[in-house]
Design a protein around this ligand. Structure first.
Ligand code: BG6
Length: 511
């Protein structure tokens, strides 16, 4: 059933972006680890999208920093990345002017001379253009975070009387509670908390931000958004890809550290939090924290670990995890995790929240489903024998990606002389209502960081609370060795994942 009444013309969507009244002050964006994939695939395309929308200051410079000596090839490579990954046309009138603002600085991250030379380069821009603000983006492996931050402090680059200095840190923020605390302590020696922007790219996704809009900008959902009406909540982040050559990283991470502790906890906080008093960073952060703090310690029996073996994904043969490059043939790393959470507060007590994430699953899909309780009296139960089977509960599905949108399932009378009930779906699709969107989520986050708005970023206390939740589980898991692999590539994970819900008389929603 197509129900989207409103179609917004692409030019109106673009002008809404342009209506954003705040444009950052002139400054320099310095990306450490700029030779990595993230810079070319996500960061530069996102910065260029901001430029296209007129959201960047005219006086801006972007400096890539990495060890390799790339010279002029860096800007050319970034230009190619903008075209390939940003959906940008070669003849875009703003492209050449933007690429001219991109430069490269080769240095080792522990080389004092390199930092001095960088400082001088930035001072040169300041003199020429008045670019007093700094945004340092640490797109590097986590073992370099503390070192780079320490050097920035030592060379007087972390504070300025003339402009704002901010630092963006990519995940992972630590490996467990202890390492997260140590990392936070190291960074806070140099930067104040309001200068630190811990990025979780899920918060940059329009569909994740829309969870808050859906709940708090509409009057009809919030009254039923609680334990009186909701039977269970499910959040799935399924990927069909494997680990894409990231063996050494993934061996140490696993699905829980890679996705559950951060991306899924962020999504859950938006689904479950109380309405904040405003959309200010502090107000939102306090409400998110309350959700995480109300989650009961996770019991191991409420969790499932899996690891993919060989199989077929999208018609193609796929190797098992243990056969991947630089992965131990006896690896105990989980590529799938499912956890049942319980939130002890007035809104959610007794409503199970099932979350799961996995690699090499049947398809790529990230969704939140809210399953409502059945009506108190089943007036039309004889429909069990009809063509649509048992009467289905109402369901709100928020499709985070792909095919972004929201749907509502309800029962409708099948045209027939009988009272047969069939499930039908009202569907809102982003692409249909607002046109195709080339944004990758980093646009909003980069812009917010340049403006000093931390609402859509992870904060120190939140990172530590979520690690507090998962660290005991991760430790408990190390005590038992599982007979991996326990699911075939291209399936929905181990059988135990279905059993986790079956024990409660429930099922994962079909995705
Ligand atoms: C990253 C993980 O944070 O998120 C990757 O490290 C994962 O393993 C990726 O593939 C998923 O992001 P998205 O935006 O494709 O859902």
């Amino acid at each position: 059933m197509a129900t989207t009444e409103i179609k917004i013309a692409p030019e109106d969507v673009a002008s809404a972006a342009g209506a954003h009244e705040r444009i950052p002050e002139p400054g320099v964006v310095v990306i450490f680890g700029a030779s990595g994939d993230l810079t070319k695939r996500k960061l530069l395309p996102a910065l260029f999208h901001l430029e296209q929308q007129g959201l960047l200051p005219e006086k801006i410079r972007i400096v890539g920093v990495a060890r390799r000596d790339l010279g002029d090839s860096f800007a050319k490579d970034m230009r190619a990345g903008i075209l390939e990954f940003g959906g940008v046309k070669e003849d875009d009138e703003k492209l050449e002017g933007f690429v001219d603002k991109v430069s490269y600085h080769a240095m080792n991250f522990d080389d004092d001379g390199g930092y001095e030379a960088l400082k001088e380069k930035l001072a040169g821009y300041d003199k020429e253009l008045g670019t007093k603000n700094r945004l340092f983006y640490l797109a590097v492996a986590p073992e370099y975070f503390s070192d780079i931050v320490d050097h920035l402090g030592k060379h007087g680059m972390a504070k300025s009387d003339e402009g704002a200095v901010r630092v963006i840190i990519e995940k992972p923020f630590g490996h467990d509670l202890e390492s997260a605390k140590a990392l936070n302590a190291d960074i806070s020696k140099v930067f104040a908390e309001e200068q630190i922007f811990r990025i979780d790219h899920y918060l940059g996704k329009e569909t994740v931000q829309n969870v808050l809009v859906f709940r708090f900008a509409n009057g009809i959902f919030e009254p039923v958004w609680n334990r009186n009406y909701i039977d269970n909540v499910q959040i799935t982040a399924a990927e069909s890809i494997g680990i894409e050559g990231r063996g050494p990283f993934y061996e140490k991470a696993g699905a829980t550290r890679d996705i559950l502790q951060n991306h899924l906890m962020e999504v859950l906080s938006f689904v479950a939090m109380e309405p904040p008093v405003s959309f200010e960073s502090d107000a939102v952060r306090q409400e998110k924290l309350k959700v995480w703090k109300a989650i009961r310690p996770i019991k191991e029996e409420n969790t499932v670990r899996g690891q993919y073996g060989p199989g077929t994904v999208g018609g193609k043969e796929a190797i098992g995890y243990r056969q991947e490059d630089r992965v131990s043939p006896e690896s105990q790393t989980e590529t799938f995790a499912a956890v049942k959470l319980e939130i002890d507060n007035w809104r959610w007590a007794g409503v199970p929240i099932y979350i799961r994430a996995g690699k090499r699953l049947a398809k790529r899909v990230t969704e939140v489903t809210i399953q409502f309780k059945q009506p108190p009296m089943r007036l039309f139960d004889k429909a069990t024998s009809g063509p649509c089977g048992e009467v289905q509960p109402n369901l709100i599905t928020m499709r985070i990606q792909p095919d972004e949108g929201i749907s509502l399932r309800f029962g409708a009378k099948l045209p027939s002389p009988d009272m047969t009930v069939c499930p039908v779906v009202m569907d809102f699709k982003y692409a249909q209502a607002f046109g195709a969107n080339t944004a990758n989520g980093y646009e909003r986050l980069l812009l917010d960081a340049m403006l000093g708005d931390g609402t859509l970023f992870a904060h120190r206390d939140g990172v530590e609370v979520t690690w507090e939740l998962f660290t005991p589980l991760l430790e408990a898991w190390t005590k038992t060795k599982l007979d991996f692999p326990n699911y075939d590539s291209g399936t929905w994970g181990p059988k135990a994942s279905d059993e986790l819900l079956a024990r409660d008389g429930r099922k994962w929603q079909k995705l």
